[in-house]
Structure formats: C-alpha cells, structure tokens
Write a new protein. Structure first.
Length: 608
C-alpha cells in the first residue's frame, strides 16, 4: 500500500517537489480509503480528518447551499479550505462512483505546511475563509489566466508514438501533452487517452498519437479570467485546458490549478446548464441568476467580473439549446456558427437582458438547408425566451431570415455598410461589430472579422459616420451640477443607467476598437487595449476607464437592490436614492464620458 501511495504521490504536485526522504515518510503515514458510489466522504460542518486526494474515481463537492462547487477526478485534492480555516468542512463531498482516496492526516498536513516550502507555497494559494463562497468566487474571478497557467507546456508532434508519449509523461510527471506543429496547437492527448484509447483498445505501442488525439481541442485566449477556465472545464468535462494566442500555444491550465479558486455558485449554474435535459430545466437554472447577481455584488466583485460570469451562463444555455436542436432535428447539414451580439456578445449581461443573435452558414446552402437552420433558430430563440432572454424588440435574431445567411452574404452586408454608411448601416454595423462566436464552427467568423476591421478602419467616411452615430447617446448631465432625470412616463425622476450611462462608453469603446483594429468585444477590454496601443491618450483613457467602472458598478448595485426588495431588476435609477457623495461622483463620471465624446468628435480621443 505504501509503495503504491509513493508512486502515485510522486507524480502529483506539490508532492513531486518534496525531498525523497520526506516523500517516503509521507507515503508511510497517509491512509487509503475506498468509498462506494453515492457514499458521503464528509458533510458540511464536520471536523475534517485530513486532506483528501483522489487516486481513482469521481467526487462531487458542494457548498453549504448544496450548490455544486466542482466535480473532481484523479489527482485532485479537496478539504484544504476547511483545514486552513478552523478544521471543519466548508463543503460536503460525495463519491459519484466507486472512488479510491488517499488521506493526509491533519497533523501531517500541518507539518508539511510548516516545514516544506513547496507544500507551503501550494496551499498558501487556497482561500482560508470558510463560509464566503462569493469571496472564494471573487478570488477566482479576479485572477487572470496568465497567473494560473503553466507556461511552455510539454509538447510533441502528431507522429510521436503512444509509447514515447507515455515515457515522456512519466519522465516529466505530467498528465497531458500538447500536440503542436510549428508552435500552433493542433491537438491534446491525456493520460486518460493513452489508457482508454490505446492501452484498453490493444493498439500497438508504435501507434502515432494522430490516431488517438483530441483534434481541435477546446482552448481559451490569454485574456480570459479564471472563472472562464472553470466554466469551460465544467461545460466540456475537461481536466486540461490549453491557452492559445492567435493559434499559438502559450500555456495550459489544469483542474488542479483551480482547486484554490473555485467560482462556487456560478460554476454550479454552468455545470447544471451543460447537463440540462430540457428547456424547462434550463429555465429553472437561469431563474437563479438574480440571486447570483445579488451574491456577486454583495461580495464586492467588480462589474465586469459579475457580467462575465452571468454571460458565461447565457453562453452555456445557448450551446445546450443548439445541442438540443440538433438532437431534435438531426445533425446540421453543413457548417454553421451561432453568434451573439449586444450585451451577450460583449460579455456584459446583467439582470436585464434580451437576446441578440445571428447565424452564419457555410456557402452552398440549399433551400432545404436554409429551412433546417430556420427551424434550429426558432427552437433556440424560443428556448432563450423561455429562459428569460426575451425576444429582441428590433428582431435582431437568427429567426429573422436577414440574419441567417451564408458567409458570402454576410461579407456583402459588411462591405455594403462600409461603402454606404447610411443611418441604418451605421446602426447595423454598430451591433454587428460586437459579434462573438457562441456555438458551431468559429472559423466561419474570424477571417471575415479581421478583413472587415481592416476595410472599416481604412474608410475615413465610414469611421466619421460611426463616430457621429456613437454620440447619439448622451449622458444625463443637468444644469448647476445636477443630474438630468427622465421628465415623464413610468420612469419619471430616474436616470437610465443603460442608455445614458454605460451605452455611451460602449459606443466609445467600439470606436476605439474600430480605429485600433481590435478584435475584442468587451467594453472594458477595449478601453484597456486602446490604452495599451495608444489609440487613446493615457490620461483620457484612465479617466474614462474609472468613469465607466463607477457608472457600471452603480447600475449593478441598483439592480441588486431591487432584487433584494423582491422587485424585477431594471436600469432606471432614482438619484434621490443616492447619497450626496454618490451623486457627486456619478456626475463627475458623466462629465468624463461627455468630455471623451467631445474628444472623439474632434479627433483628440483617438489620436491621443
């Protein structure tokens, strides 16, 4: 037993960095536990007997409210948050299938943390706050992928043999290899692949990895945040996620890297949505989003973190509906791409969101193919509406034949809008410049996106019209340092924190992206990118970023307050509900935004 534990632990981090003598002592002191399917390992609030490491099997970890925190597999550890707090469990853990565990006793865990720096460094990254799942979530949400990922992951070529790959993994003590060709990621192979697809299938040792690798693996860009990684892992049941920049492999994140950064509640909704079997089940899941928004805001999360997490759920719901549509209608007859625009496209959804989407189809679609995709669009849009993402008032949806077209037609659309920037063209281009792929073949979009940005940026008449159009949303500035409120109607004596608050900055961010040929769609990311490449001046950009943060945060806090009061969230904020201090700072933020609007029109906001 001890020899087996030694072999296993020697391949796990941080045990692989312990001195040989210490590791031998650890292997002699740990306990091995067999847990049957469905059996509790520990319950919330119970005194913990040690740190648990999964040698085989699957473990479901849930928080106090019975929301899934994570689904853990071989090599993952759990229980450290409670050990780092008062020694009592801050989660519950149950075996999903027959599971073999290694338990590090409490005394040994504490000794290793005190005396061994690799162990100390690893577990210093875990949260010691036992009962604040939202704060744990904040920790993950605020960490960038750049801080999480392992740089320069071990790679090999598609022609590498299965046996050579196994030897390489063993010698490097890793559980996956990235397959590359000229630094471009083409696939990934894991230890599970070697066992399940090669060894169990009786393939010859010299079988090339190209016969078993996961081609075109799911990946994320370096601009992603920790919660993006966790949500992607939850949705696709992954243990390893490559980080790719413009096709080039730059790093990898494993599930173990995330054990200290569990985005508890949001991850639970993502996992539930990815496994939902009906539209009704999805609607039940999205019905929990308002409570999530309240928790995230109360935990002090920044607005862009909150909206990113909420949008992640919408993305998963959309992809699940696309899968359901294909289950109902049969496989798609040709390649397609479902894209979101509007707030979902920018990853800025709040508690109030309609749906804005479209479909790009592979060229050569027949009339029957178009009919299939119309049925798909109807199924997905109806499902989104049932889930609370109401139909777009402007019919900017894939159910509209105009927005369900082959790639060549989409190229004609953009070329026409750029050549003839009419009022409608400006409006449509504004919406479509926020497109983001959600489900399907993303290659149908990326080439067109870059080419369109190049053409648009070179057309001075089009950019001038777009700049003018971006100023149609004015900030609510009144005379004598006051705030101009809506004068009549249902929302009298309020300010619209969306149309007159965040949208003016969204418009500015879109213009900066156009001028700088920036492919990111998120407003805050656009402002930062525009600052970094000097599309806007340093001072103006910093001031605008701070102003946007204040306005967007105020909007979210208003929505959270309404939800707590048992009301539906909206964007209409009565200034009377703000303190004098808050009103003064909000007005200053609107002044900054108005100043940057004026600078844009005069060219100063762009040329810096």
């Amino acid at each position: 037993m001890n020899e087996d534990a030694l072999t296993f632990l020697s391949r796990q981090h941080p045990y692989d960095e312990l001195p040989a003598g210490v590791l031998n002592d650890v292997a002699a002191q740990v306990e091995k536990l067999s847990v049957a399917e469905g059996e509790m390992i520990y319950a919330y609030g119970e005194p913990l007997e040690g740190l648990y490491i999964i040698q085989s099997g699957l473990v479901d970890v849930r928080d106090q409210s019975d929301t899934q925190v994570s689904m853990l597999e071989r090599g993952n550890s759990f229980g450290e948050r409670g050990l780092l707090a008062d020694g009592n469990a801050v989660t519950s853990a149950r075996a999903v299938r027959d599971t073999l565990l290694i338990r590090v006793p409490v005394s040994l865990f504490n000794t290793l943390r005190t005396e061994q720096s690799p162990f100390q460094r690893f577990f210093a990254r875990s949260s010691a706050r036992p009962d604040k799942s939202a704060t744990q979530q904040t920790s993950l949400a605020q960490v960038s992928v750049d801080a999480l990922m392992v740089r320069n992951p071990v790679t090999c070529t598609p022609g590498t043999s299965v046996v050579d790959a196994a030897v390489l993994m063993t010698s490097r003590r890793i559980s996956c290899l990235c397959i590359t060709e000229e630094d471009r990621l083409t696939g990934i192979v894991t230890l599970r692949d070697l066992v399940g697809k090669a060894l169990a299938a009786g393939l010859p040792p010299q079988t090339p990895l190209s016969d078993i690798i996961q081609n075109e693996p799911v990946s994320l860009p370096p601009t992603a945040i920790g919660s993006d990684v966790l949500h992607m892992m939850m949705e696709y049941n992954l243990g390893h996620l490559p980080i790719v920049d413009a096709g080039k492999l730059v790093g990898i994140v494993t599930q173990t890297d995330l054990t200290r950064y569990q985005a508890t509640t949001a991850a639970g909704l993502v996992a539930d949505a990815a496994r939902a079997q009906s539209v009704e089940a999805l609607a039940d899941i999205t019905g929990r989003i308002p409570a999530l928004l309240v928790q995230l805001v109360a935990a002090g999360n920044r607005h862009d973190v909150v909206t990113r997490m909420i949008t992640d759920i919408a993305d998963v719901v959309t992809r699940r509906l696309l899968n359901m549509a294909e289950e109902k209608l049969g496989p798609a007859p040709l390649r397609y791409l479902w894209l979101a625009c509007g707030s979902q496209g920018r990853q800025e959804q709040t508690g109030v969101s309609d749906q804005d989407n479209c479909l790009i189809l592979e060229d050569g679609a027949s009339r029957d193919d178009i009919a299939y995709f119309h049925e798909m669009a109807t199924f997905v849009s109806d499902g989104l509406n049932a889930c609370g993402y109401v139909y777009c008032p402007g019919d900017m949806m894939a159910t509209n034949p105009r927005w369900c077209q082959p790639l060549s037609v989409w190229k004609e659309y953009f070329n026409g809008w750029i050549k003839s920037p009419s009022k409608e063209a400006q409006m449509l281009a504004s919406v479509m410049f926020d497109l983001r792929p959600i489900g399907g073949d993303a290659s149908l979009f990326h080439g067109m996106q870059q080419a369109t940005l190049e053409k648009a940026a070179k057309n001075s008449i089009f950019t001038a019209h777009m700049a003018s159009n971006s100023l149609t949303h004015q900030t609510p500035l009144g005379l004598l340092r006051g705030l101009a409120t809506i004068s009549s109607g249902d929302h009298r004596k309020t300010i619209d924190t969306k149309l007159n608050g965040v949208v003016p900055v969204v418009d500015l961010g879109r213009m900066y992206a156009l001028q700088g040929k920036l492919t990111v769609a998120n407003t805050r990311a656009r402002l930062i990118a525009a600052l970094n490449n000097k599309t806007i001046s340093a001072k103006g950009g910093r001031d605008l970023l701070e102003a946007y943060d204040l306005v967007a945060q105020t909007r979210l806090e208003h929505q959270a307050r309404l939800i707590k009061e048992g009301k539906a969230p909206d964007n209409y904020l009565p200034p009377a509900r703000l303190s004098d201090f808050e009103r003064s700072h909000l007005r200053d933020a609107f002044v900054v935004i108005k100043t940057m609007q004026s600078a844009l029109m005069q060219g100063r906001g762009i040329l810096g």
